[in-house]
Design a protein around this ligand. Structure first.
Ligand SMILES: O=C(O)C(=O)C[C@]1(C(=O)O)C=C[C@@H](O)C=C1
Length: 289
């Protein structure tokens, strides 16, 4: 595909009206948003060059990381984060209008993160109703709209109710009020999208593999690299290296530019400790309403 035709093509976890679609629309309002049915497909579209950017979910305030995104970025793709999007998440129970008066439900479909965000509600209100995982909240809503003969429900947002003509049976069924999801905007090249808030707070995401010799105190030494330079970590999490039990890498967010002198010093010291460090780049935050 010619370079010019890539411009303004953005992959996202679809279909239309998924939470990822809303996040992508926040950053790229006038662009061509291209839906994919899985996170790896969205990421591969950028890696292969059929789109310029991908928007994928990374982390939810109630459920934690989206492991598929973190692991794919570590093990499979050589991509950079050029922005993050923070979105509030409200989950609703959606049914086909023909079934809005029914007493019970045959099954409830949604993305695994969405089902988990509503765990208490589902346990107390629909204890014996089967919960079925689907590729996204919007895909579940679309499927419910296409099967009026089945008395099934989806969990999803207000926009998917509107888009697929569903009735909201119950609003705000997520278990905790502070429900937010963080999305990454990914690119093949290391740059950053402009700072939408003009606050200048930049963040860098690092993937750190500790030295292989497993000596005592390594984690303490790694954290000290940041601590004595007063580099503020806003997140640190471990994920399996997939090389054996007990082998992990760390994903850390640092509130500093990767080009700042203190960060360059931190990279050198981490290398001297025997760590492998992959920087996913420095970026600004977009917030959606
Ligand atoms: O299913 C969607 O609508 C998505 O965009 C995916 C996703 C996720 O992966 O966490 C995004 C936000 C919500 O937390 C629930 C689901």
């Amino acid at each position: 595909m010619a370079e010019t035709s890539l411009k303004n093509r953005i992959s996202f976890l679809g279909p239309e009206a998924s939470f990822t679609h809303l996040a992508a629309s926040r950053v790229f309002p006038g662009s061509t948003l291209v839906p994919f049915t899985s996170i790896p497909e969205c990421i591969e579209a950028v890696a292969e060059g059929s789109v310029e950017y991908a928007v994928v979910p990374l982390e939810n305030a109630l459920e934690g990381s989206v492991p598929l995104t973190v692991d794919y970025l570590f093990h499979e793709a050589q991509l950079y984060v050029v922005a993050e999007v923070l979105s509030p998440i409200s989950q609703h129970l959606l049914v086909h209008p023909d079934n809005a008066g029914a007493e019970s439900l045959e099954a409830i479909y949604s993305h695994p993160h969405a089902l988990a965000q509503c765990h208490k509600f589902l346990y107390y209100t629909y204890k014996n109703t089967p919960l079925e995982q689907y590729s996204s909240t919007a895909a579940a809503a679309k499927m419910v709209s296409e099967l009026p003969e089945r008395n099934i429900a989806a969990i999803g947002n207000e926009f998917s109710a509107e888009k697929y003509g569903l009735t909201i049976l119950q609003r705000d069924i997520h278990d905790f009020h502070f429900n937010h999801t963080r999305f990454f905007v990914l690119s093949k090249t290391n740059h950053r999208l402009e700072d939408p808030s003009h606050e200048g707070q930049v963040k860098t995401t690092l993937m750190i593999s500790p030295p292989k010799d497993d000596r005592s105190g390594v984690l303490h030494q790694v954290l000290s690299v940041f601590a004595w330079r007063q580099l503020n970590l806003s997140k640190i999490e471990s994920r399996p290296l997939k090389t054996g039990l007990g082998n992990y890498f760390f994903i850390a967010d640092v509130l500093e530019d990767e080009q700042a002198p203190m960060m360059r010093g931190a990279f050198e010291e981490l290398a001297a400790l025997g760590c492998e460090v992959k920087s996913l780049g420095s970026y600004f935050t977009y917030k959606s309403e």
